[in-house]
Write a protein that binds this ligand. Structure first.
Ligand code: GLC
Ligand code: CA
Length: 577
């Protein structure tokens, strides 16, 4: 497959949360890097909140209109205060930028538009002081066609790097070797006149696939990870990890009933796992984490990426949520249930640089801010590791190009007008209500939507009911609440068509999460006795209800449209006996 007004209800809890924010830092430092770090059964990445930074769009330090590493360094204070433990930076290596960095021409350097290796080291050291780890993006499947390896490879059939890529003769009639199609459209094969053969590219023409069957490729690429571990990175997000291997016989892919190609022979091949096990060994020797861009059809396929002996990826992303494009309690419940039944540690994602922002995907045009909070309450209270996308926390919206000539993303150029590409979800971070949202004084590389005037960091910081403050409270809760850290997941009211409710249970305490995914007020019955909390006393932790129920025994709760209610449930001393 390829492709959410804060009210702190309880004054005591409120005071705690706020003091946490001010003390910043010390409270937070303990949870992020302290106790859990050296415990093998409870490694740091399990409770870390990851945050995806698209470097072109985060912060521009030299005002050329393009974000850069010094820009990211200047915003570490913000990320720290938000409650982020690790940032994943999408590719910032030297690149012709045909696919905005996912076409790498040198894996062991920084593109001058983003800075220098020295800037990277500075960023890494500064981040370390704030207990923020750095995860780099490892583009394993392909290089740029301008990478010296490919330049050599295409120079002659006998060049030293010829076999580093996948070259084949065309068919007798000159047609491509098989029917495989590129994710960017057209044949996945491009004819290179110089040597009279085709090369294979799962993605854009300028992104030739590496031949992972060649041990020299593995050696060089594993060396790249060692290089960055040497620069202090905490791990990698592995790009397009499902497409590393292709069928050696290059058999034609079958076509499904819907007329779409089924990528049987060039996606999710067994051989991927063999390489991942070896890559994990290297990662383990640096105590590093591997996150996967694991597009899978189902949970069984996803499960394989953890490795039969937990010896592959610690954090293969579950993209199933991102395929749900409507607010639907049954759909989310079902996906959570499947993930939970896999027995693996979940990785929750609702947005990234390849799909329309969650703000628009789930928003109904009228209650988008409410819905943004609702979605945040969902993926930040589930068992597992969440990966945020920059701007989600302020309710950034997609800003799709209006005219074809404005499109920058290669996918949008070929897909227009049906597919406007990914520019819309990659626009500059909105820092304040000033010119260019405070991102740059130059001309931003992509246009900023008008909503920046209300949806920006500075404005939302001042508003206690903002999406941003809701995220901050949620992240604070996640870092300190035992049930959210260690609790199991128990689905409640499993037949409710509108309200998603669950418990996170840990010993004598639980956190109750009730999310109204409908535009109507809903009465939700709460019988927690089957789960051992029938006599529990609920104390509201965080909610978007206009009037939340007071602390005490709860048998039902009334939920406003699109509201979220999160409460701590404790068993009293007497009921424990
Ligand atoms: C991944 C990236 C995407 C890129 C593609 C090719 O899917 O997330 O942005 O275009 O790989 O590298
Ligand atoms: Ca810049």
């Amino acid at each position: 497959m390829r492709k959410f007004s804060v009210k702190i209800l309880c004054p005591v809890v409120g005071a705690f949360l706020l003091s946490g924010f001010i003390a910043g830092s010390s409270l937070y430092a303990q949870s992020a890097a302290g106790a859990s770090m050296h415990n093998k059964n409870d490694p740091w990445w399990r409770h870390a909140v990851f945050y995806e930074v698209y470097p072109r769009s985060f912060a521009d330090s030299n005002n050329d209109g393009i974000g850069d590493l010094n820009g990211i360094a200047s915003k570490l204070g913000y990320l720290h205060e938000l409650g982020v433990d690790a940032i994943w930076i999408t590719p910032c290596y030297p690149s012709p930028q045909k696919d905005f960095g996912y076409d790498v021409s040198d894996y062991e350097n920084i593109d001058p538009m983003y800075g220098t290796l020295t800037d990277f080291d500075h960023l890494e050291q500064q981040a370390r002081k704030d207990n923020i780890r750095i995860v780099m993006d490892f583009v394993m499947n392909h290089t740029s066609d301008q990478h010296p390896w490919f330049l050599d490879s295409r120079s002659s059939r006998t060049s030293a790097h010829r076999d580093w890529y996948i070259w084949r003769d065309g068919k007798a009639d000159g047609q491509p070797p098989n029917n495989w199609i590129s994710d960017f459209g057209g044949s996945a094969w491009t004819f290179d006149a110089k040597t009279g053969q085709y090369y294979y590219h799962y993605f854009e023409v300028a992104q030739p696939d590496l031949n992972w069957r060649n041990p020299a490729v593995e050696k060089a690429m594993f060396g790249v990870t060692r290089f960055w571990y040497g620069h202090g990175v905490a791990g990698f997000r592995l790009d397009a990890v499902d497409t590393l291997f292709e069928d050696p016989l290059l058999r034609n892919n079958p076509i499904g009933k819907d007329g779409e190609m089924i990528n049987k022979y060039n996606d999710n091949l067994e051989e991927n796992h063999v390489v991942l096990r070896r890559l994990r060994k290297v990662a383990d020797s640096y105590d590093a984490v591997l996150i996967g861009e694991t597009w899978t059809d189902n949970i069984q396929q996803l499960k394989q990426y953890y490795g039969a002996n937990d010896d592959e990826l610690q954090l293969p992303m579950n993209f199933m949520f991102t395929t749900i494009n409507v607010l639907s309690a049954p759909k989310f419940r079902r996906q959570i249930g499947m993930m939970e039944s896999s027995g693996e540690w979940p990785v929750w994602v609702i947005s990234n640089h390849d799909m329309p922002r969650s703000y628009d995907r789930y928003g109904d045009g009228k209650h988008n801010d409410q819905i943004a909070k609702l979605m945040a309450a969902l993926y930040l209270t589930l068992r597992g590791t969440p990966i945020m996308y920059y701007g989600e926390e302020i309710g950034m919206e997609n800003n799709d190009p209006k005219r074809r000539q404005d499109v920058l993303d290669p996918l949008g150029k070929t897909g227009w007008p049906k597919n406007k590409g990914r520019d819309g979800e990659r626009t500059p971070m909105q820092w304040n209500a000033e010119k260019n949202a405070g991102f740059t004084t130059g001309k931003p590389w992509l246009p900023i939507p008008p909503s920046y005037r209300t949806h920006n960091v500075a404005t939302e910081m001042r508003d206690p009911n903002s999406i941003l403050n809701f995220y901050r409270h949620l992240l604070e809760l996640r870092h300190h609440n035992q049930a959210l850290l260690y609790g199991d997941y128990v689905a409640l009211n499993q037949n409710d068509p509108d309200v998603l409710s669950y418990l996170r249970r840990y010993r004598n305490q639980a956190v109750l999460v009730v999310l109204n995914m409908s535009g109507e007020t809903r009465q939700v019955p709460l019988d927690l006795s089957p789960y051992g909390f029938g006599s529990g006393k609920a104390t509201p932790l965080l909610s978007t209800l206009a009037i939340a129920p007071p602390s005490g025994h709860l048998t039902r709760v009334s939920l406003d449209p699109y509201s979220a209610y999160i409460a701590q449930v404790d068993l009293s001393e007497s009921s424990q006996r």
